[in-house]
Design a protein around this ligand. Structure first.
Ligand code: SF4
Length: 453
C-alpha cells in the first residue's frame, strides 16, 4: 500500500517544478501534467478552449454538457465587441442523467436547430465537456449533419476533459480556428502591410489600443485572434503578410500551423509595460523593412513614452523597494511583469505560471534577481509559503489567487480576463502602476496589517 501523502511528501514530489535562482542549478520542469494529490490552479481543457474562442462575437457558442460547464460566460471574461453581441450568451445542452445513459446526440442536434432558427448565425461552435468524453457522443458527425442541414459552419471543439489540461484546450481551440481560415486566393499584395494579431482577447478594448498604434505606424490589422473578431474576417486570416503573437501559450500552435500551411511568418511580441511595448513596435517596424514605418513607430514611441514615463516616475518614487509575487496563466505575461515592476521600482521575489513554456521559463530565470523563487503549476500552499518566506507586499494573479492574498493581508492585482481596465500599451502601463499604487497604499491595510502604509 502506498504511504499516505502529506504536505511534506507532496512538496518533495514537486521540487523539480520549483527553483530559487542562484540556489538551485537544475532546470525547472514545466509543461507537464499536474501532480495527482496536489491541488493545481490550472483550469480544465474546455475552459482553455472557451477562453480562446469566446471573443468571436457573432458566433453561437454552444456548450454540450451539464449546465454547470456553461457558467463560464462572457460576464467573467469581459472581452469587448465593436458590433455583434451574440457571444455574450452562454448556450448549453444541459445534459441530464437520462442523456448520460442514452446519449446526448439527438439533444445536441435539436439545440443547434433551435439556435440557428432563432439567431441565424454564420458559425456555431460546439464545445465538448468532460462527460461528453465519457459517453462518447460523436460531435463531429452531429456538427457535420447540422452544417449540411443549415448551410452554415458548425464546428466541434474537441475540448472534453481527460485529454490534458488548459493547454490542451488552447490547442483544441486553435484546431477549430484552422477549420475556419480559408486558403488565400493568391499571394498577398507585394508590399502589403497587413498583420494578424494573435493572443489578445480584447479585454477592456486592448486590441483597439494596439490596432490604433499599428494604424499610426501605417500597418493594418487584418484579423485579431480572437478579441473582437467575426466569422467572415477570420476566414480571411491567411491573406496577412505577418502574424504577431502576444499570448504564445494559447496561440503559438496556431502561428506555427499558419506558417506551415500558408507561409505566414510570425513574431513574438508583448504590449505589457513601456519597455516591451516599445520593443514590440520596433520589432514589427523592422520586419517590414520600411523606413516610413520605422520613423512613424519612433515618433509614436517617443510621444507616448514621454507622457507615460513621467507618470511612472511619480509612482516609482512612492513604490521603490516593495516586493511583488506573480502567479499568472502564461509565460509572456510573467516575463513582461518582471520588467513592468522594475519600471516602478518593485522587485519580483516569487514568480510562476500555470502553462508557461520551457523557453519562457529560461527567460524568466535570466531576468529575475538571485534568490527569486520560480515555480510552475503552483498550488495555493506553495504560493502562501513563498510569499511569506520572501516577504511579498503584493500578489498579481487571477480570480483564484485573490482570496489567498487577502487572507494573508497582502495587496492584490487582478491580471486576468475578468478585469475591466486595459493593461496593454503605454496607457496600460500607467493604469497598471496606478492600480499597484492604489492597492498597496489602500488605507484598509492599516486595519488588517499589510500594504505599505
Ligand atoms: S465538468 Fe469538466 S468540462 Fe465542465 S467545467 Fe468541470 S472540468 Fe470543465
Amino acid at each position: 500500500m502506498q504511504p499516505e501523502k502529506t504536505p511534506d511528501t507532496v512538496f518533495e514530489e514537486r521540487k523539480d517544478f520549483i527553483l530559487t535562482k542562484g540556489k538551485h542549478k537544475q532546470q525547472l520542469k514545466c509543461d507537464a501534467d499536474s501532480l495527482a494529490g496536489c491541488v493545481s490552479q490550472r483550469a480544465c481543457v474546455y475552459c482553455g478552449a472557451r477562453v480562446v474562442l469566446n471573443p468571436i462575437t457573432d458566433a453561437v457558442h454552444l456548450v454540450h454538457g451539464p449546465i454547470g460547464c456553461a457558467s463560464y460566460t462572457w460576464d467573467i471574461r469581459g472581452s469587448l465587441s465593436s458590433g455583434p453581441e451574440l457571444y455574450r450568451f452562454s448556450f448549453s445542452t444541459d445534459l441530464k442523467e437520462e442523456d448520460i445513459i442514452f446519449g446526448g446526440e439527438k439533444k445536441l442536434a435539436r439545440a443547434i436547430d433551435e439556435l440557428v432558427g432563432k439567431y441565424h448565425p454564420g458559425l456555431v461552435l460546439v464545445y465538448s465537456t468532460c462527460i461528453v468524453g465519457v459517453i462518447g457522443d460523436d460531435l463531429e458527425a452531429v456538427c457535420r449533419a447540422a452544417s449540411r442541414r443549415h448551410g452554415i459552419e458548425v464546428i466541434p471543439v474537441q475540448s472534453s476533459g481527460f485529454i490534458g489540461n488548459k493547454s490542451a484546450g488552447y490547442r483544441a481551440a486553435c484546431d477549430a480556428l484552422l477549420r475556419i481560415i480559408r486558403p488565400p486566393k493568391g499571394k498577398g499584395l507585394p508590399g502589403s502591410r497587413s498583420i494578424n494579431y494573435l493572443g489578445d482577447f480584447n479585454l477592456a478594448g486592448e486590441v483597439w489600443i494596439i490596432k490604433d498604434y499599428l494604424r499610426q505606424m501605417g500597418v493594418d490589422m487584418n484579423v485579431s485572434f480572437t478579441g473582437d473578431s467575426r466569422y467572415e474576417t477570420l476566414k480571411g486570416a491567411a491573406g496577412a503578410s505577418l502574424n504577431i503573437v502576444q499570448c504564445a501559450g494559447s496561440m503559438i500552435y496556431l502561428a506555427n500551423k499558419m506558417e506551415e500551411l500558408y507561409g505566414i511568418p510570425f513574431l513574438n511580441v508583448s504590449f505589457l509595460g513601456l519597455e516591451d511595448t516599445a520593443q514590440s513596435l520596433r520589432k514589427i517596424a523592422s520586419w517590414f523593412g520600411d523606413g516610413g514605418v520605422a520613423a512613424r513607430a519612433e515618433e509614436l514611441i517617443e510621444r507616448e513614452s514621454a507622457g507615460a514615463g513621467k507618470r511612472l516616475e511619480w509612482y516609482r518614487e512612492r513604490l521603490q523597494g516593495k516586493k511583488a509575487a506573480v502567479y499568472v496563466g502564461g509565460g509572456f505575461k510573467a516575463i513582461s511583469l518582471i520588467k513592468q515592476f522594475r519600471e516602478i521600482g518593485i522587485d519580483v521575489v516569487m514568480i510562476g505560471t500555470q502553462t508557461g513554456r520551457k523557453e519562457e521559463y529560461e527567460t524568466i530565470s535570466e531576468l529575475v534577481d538571485e534568490g527569486t523563487v520560480v515555480l510552475d503549476d503552483a498550488n495555493p500552499s506553495e504560493l502562501e509559503k513563498f510569499m511569506l518566506e520572501k516577504g511579498a507586499h503584493l500578489l498579481v494573479g487571477g480570480v483564484k489567487e485573490r482570496p489567498l492574498a487577502y487572507k494573508l493581508g497582502v495587496a492584490f492585482i487582478d491580471h486576468n480576463h475578468d478585469r475591466k481596465h486595459p493593461l496593454s500599451g503605454f496607457v496600460g502601463a500607467v493604469n497598471f502602476a496606478g492600480e499597484v499604487y492604489s492597492t498597496l497604499c489602500s488605507p484598509v491595510w492599516k486595519y488588517v496589517g499589510g500594504g505599505i502604509l
